[in-house]
Design a protein around this ligand. Structure first.
Ligand code: RTP
Ligand code: MG
Length: 139
């Protein structure tokens, strides 16, 4: 099934000038970029994006991190794009990261893990609409 998912290249990665390397790995895996923009999240935007984590102990440092530098948001499309991209990213837990995944190659820590990817069809729909209007996504 052809799906779309939302990707974020996080502040630790934009700060190190590795946007291109990460997009290269994404494209070489077979996913296509259908929308792309760079922005610097406000506190309110970051809190809204990660609303599901409100109340957890890592919420405040996560929002501080996500607002600490610009990010790159992209809509990725391909066969089973949601699980495809989650697999390509690698696990959240550094001890479980598969070799060669984006987080294995680039993450600095548990929190500063270089990329985000939607984790379900519902979150993909919500997250894509959070950053893009329909006319900003190419067919
Ligand atoms: P993401 O949402 O960014 O794609 O990451 P994920 O699904 O792999 O992980 P999630 O559980 O949704 O957590 C969101 C982000 O919060 C930071 N985090 N820190 N225990 C901790 O210190 C902790 N847990 C999560 C990470 O930056 C994670 O990507
Ligand atoms: Mg998540």
């Amino acid at each position: 099934m052809i799906q779309q998912t939302l990707s974020i290249i996080k502040p630790d990665a934009t700060r190190r000038n590795i946007i291109g390397e990460i997009l290269t790995q994404i494209e070489q895996s077979g996913l296509s970029v259908k929308a792309l923009k760079m922005l610097h999240l406000t506190q309110e935007q970051a809190e809204g994006f990660y609303a599901e984590h409100q109340g957890k102990d890592f919420f405040a440092p996560l929002v501080a991190f996500m607002t600490s530098a610009p990010i790159v948001v992209a809509v990725l499309e391909g066969e089973n794009a949601i699980t495809h991209y989650r697999t390509l990213m690698g696990a959240t837990d550094p001890e479980k990261r598969e070799k060669g995944t984006i987080r294995d190659r680039f993450a600095l820590s548990y929190r500063e893990n270089s990329v985000h990817g939607s984790d379900s069809e519902n979150s993909a729909k919500r997250e894509i609409a959070y950053f893009f209007t329909p006319n900003e996504i190419v067919k």
